[in-house]
Design a protein around this ligand. Structure first.
Ligand code: SF4
Length: 443
């Protein structure tokens, strides 16, 4: 520790965070380090000493958004450091903006910090503890994303994430649990577990056990889920694949230890398309698996995403998908029209689907799913359920049920006789529902 007195005013950083929740967690880590070193955060580019742009390179549209954000930062400030997924392909950024100070790839925290130090050295004050123990969160105080691994061992043909982020690297269970504990202690009521493939957690480190509290916890999806369930917060699982070992985690959901919610990106149902997509998991048995999960945990909500218009998708494949939707009756579903991603093997596949056919299929898909979601929502009318409050106007509020993740799912609109606060978990009676949202009163 350098016992020097503080060296003047703290340098200011303006930060732009683009992309998925995983990128958001990276942003939080960078900001936490910088705050620990005494940097201040600036709301505007023009008052900052340097701007960091954490980019997303998943789709061409995301790349365009990233380039636009870099352009704005260059115009309004001029001292810009670029990091994140798009940083894995620096030429594109250099060609458009030759004067950016530095470009680093995803998870290269050290390089980002090094670039910041070089651009504007920290004002050192070792006597002031600038960082709350839970770090800096970009999400509201009552929920937080918990990243359990980086990278992915799958090689889906439409995806370049393994190329950008490498193979699966799991965090030891003890580390994840300590971070989760700190978050809960700091007021977080809901932990959103994320990774590229949550059900593959620990495969790379041979499920190695690590110390947490007074015991050893294995780096296994089931063991980690069970330990997280002891923390007294809502625990929500994202990006799970339908492997057989997930059944035991659904049992934890049935016991109320973690939320009865699974986010599974199925992407398609037709075995032919899934094969062309090179999707993981035994997809042919997926419908059976879903029925089994619903037997174990009747209250389970399943959310998923799909791609229509994948190269080679025939009318039969698409009809198969619609019938499958009818059979499995998912709760929440997002659908994308296939879009080629630079560098993805799927771009080489024969028989691209014309844009107007993609649009028609998308319309039919959404119509079918909307009816399914609406019917599932109706089953919740009349029930008393727990709701976590995201926004409050005192006697009216907007929150989410255990079946709704923030940002991607629906809301519960509430009225109350007594004031309710953001982050409260209240009991509400549901009076009505539409395809997305529930409406009720606090009891
Ligand atoms: S599972 Fe497939 S889509 Fe998801 S990150 Fe891995 S390769 Fe990409």
């Amino acid at each position: 520790m350098n016992p020097e007195a503080p060296t003047g005013e703290a340098p200011r950083i303006s930060f732009v965070s683009l992309g998925c929740p995983k990128a958001l967690v990276d942003s939080e880590r960078i900001l936490t380090h910088l705050r620990a070193e005494g940097y201040e955060l600036s709301r505007h580019h023009d008052g900052a000493d340097v701007v960091i742009v954490n980019t997303c390179g998943f789709l061409d549209s995301a790349k365009a958004e990233s380039l636009e954000a870099i352009g704005t930062a260059m115009k309004e400030n001029g001292k810009v450091i670029v990091t994140g997924c798009m940083g894995a392909e620096p030429e594109q950024i250099r060609n458009a903006f030759p004067n950016v100070l530095a470009i680093t790839g995803p998870q290269q925290y050290e390089s980002v910090l090094g670039a910041v130090h070089q651009a504007v050295p920290p004002a050192h004050n070792p006597f002031v503890d600038l960082v709350p123990p839970q770090g800096i969160k970009l999400t509201p105080r009552h929920y937080a994303y918990l990243k359990i691994s980086e990278g992915c061992n799958n090689r889906c043909s439409f995806c370049i994430i393994p190329k950008l982020r490498g193979d699966l690297v799991s965090r030891p269970a003890g580390d994840v649990l300590r971070e989760a504990e700190r978050l809960v202690k700091a007021g977080v009521k809901e932990l959103l577990v994320i990774s590229q493939d949550t059900s593959a957690y620990g495969v790379d480190i041979k499920y190695e056990a690590s110390r947490w509290r007074d015991r050893e916890v294995r780096a296994k999806f089931l063991d980690l889920s069970s330990a997280l369930g002891e923390l007294g917060a809502w625990v929500r699982m994202h990006y799970v694949y339908p492997y057989p070992h997930v059944d035991a985690v659904v049992e934890l959901m049935a016991e109320g230890k973690i939320l009865p919610y699974i986010d599974i990106p199925f992407q398609h149902a037709s075995p032919r398309v899934l094969k062309a997509m090179r999707r993981p998991g035994n997809q042919e048995k997926t419908a059976e698996r879903i029925h089994r999960w619903r037997e174990i945990c009747p209250d389970l909500a399943i959310r998923s995403t799909f791609i229509v218009g994948f190269p080679g998708e025939t009318d039969e494949d698409f009809e198969f998908l619609l019938e499958w939707l009818d059979e499995v009756k998912l709760d929440r579903v997002g659908c994308f029209k296939f879009e080629p991603v630079d560098g993805a093997p799927a771009n080489e596949l024969a028989d691209p689907v014309p844009e107007e056919v993609k649009q028609q299929r998308w319309n039919r898909f959404m119509k079918k799913q909307q009816a399914i979601s609406a019917a599932r929502q109706q089953k919740r009318v009349g029930r008393r359920i727990q709701v976590i409050v995201d926004e409050s106007g005192g006697l009216s509020a907007k929150g989410r049920s255990v079946w709704d993740a923030p940002e991607i799912d629906g809301n519960v609109h509430l009225v109350s006789r007594r004031p309710i606060r953001v982050g409260d978990i209240v009991t509400a009676k549901i009076d009505r529902a539409d395809a997305y949202d529930l409406y009720g009163q606090v009891v």
